[in-house]
Design a protein around this ligand. Structure first.
Ligand code: MN
Length: 261
């Protein structure tokens, strides 16, 4: 059985190595990951240039592309057989709330799901001194549950529900300090003003840093953020159908009788 591991922090990030090592207990682990950090790459696919693949060592490939490129390439060509599981991470920093839409880590798992392989993303929700060992242990346990035969789990089937990926965020704590595991929904960030930093380069051109949002979250019961803040592992099921079903009627009204000529 093959397990595919990828990430968006790059193949030489410590998180991916710790994750791959932990998952070896369950199967043959292949790493296919970007050759450099691609955090914030979202679900980008490289369509206008070929991809260079380098075998760093046996079963470890670096690709000069995005996390999505890596998973796509691995499943569609690089691996000797289809993987039973895709695990993306361990990301340096949480991927919660709306941040999942920017996340290359989560998108690598999305690509796995699109190619019909059970997939999850795992991130350490911290800002430094990352406890990758804790998250790797959680990933190993979760992977074990996903892969275990149907009979051992009782109800349900092997793998994950179709079209579903799990977004896992682990508090940045030693394993013994984890308070539990919660199934959560995607939280919501407070978007505040003043996030753009302006600077001037030596030739007088103005430059800007974006993406410096503060970590301020709406307090919502059952959210990913709430679980992590309480010291619990957050497991959010995500799907790729972005339709907002609750407002279909309202949008019907909006477009009803709209003239197209
Ligand atoms: Mn990252």
């Amino acid at each position: 059985m093959i397990i595919l591991v990828s990430n968006d922090d790059g193949i030489y990030s410590p998180g991916i190595q710790v994750l791959a090592k932990a998952l070896q207990e369950l199967g043959r682990v292949y790493i296919v990951a970007p050759d450099r950090e691609r955090s914030g790459a979202s679900h980008a696919l490289t369509l206008h240039r070929p991809l260079l693949v380098e075998e760093v060592r046996p079963r470890m490939y670096s690709v000069n592309g995005t996390p999505t490129d890596c998973v796509n390439l691995a499943i569609n060509g690089l691996l000797p057989e289809r993987p039973s599981l895709v695990v993306s991470g361990i990301n340096r920093g949480g991927n919660m709330g709306e941040d999942v839409t920017y996340s290359g880590t989560v998108s690598a798992a999305m690509e796995g799901v699109l190619l019909r392989v059970p997939s999850f993303a795992v991130s350490v929700a911290g800002e430094g001194d990352f406890q990758f060992a804790t998250a790797a242990h959680v990933a190993l346990r979760l992977a074990g549950r996903i892969l275990e035969p149907r009979s051992e789990r009782g109800r349900g089937e092997q793998g994950l529900p179709p079209g579903t990926l799990l977004n896992v965020n682990v508090p940045n704590l030693p394993l013994k300090d984890l308070k539990g595991i919660r199934v959560t929904h995607q939280g919501k960030r407070h978007f505040s003003k003043g996030e753009v930093q302006e600077l001037v380069d030596p030739r007088g051109r103005r430059l800007y840093w974006i993406g410096g949002n503060g970590l301020v979250w709406e307090q919502r019961e059952g959210s990913d953020f709430e679980a992590v803040e309480g010291g619990c592992v957050s497991v959010t099921p995500l799907h790729l159908d972005l339709t907002h079903y609750a407002v279909l009627g309202e949008v019907e009204t909006l477009t009803k009788g709209m003239k197209l000529e």
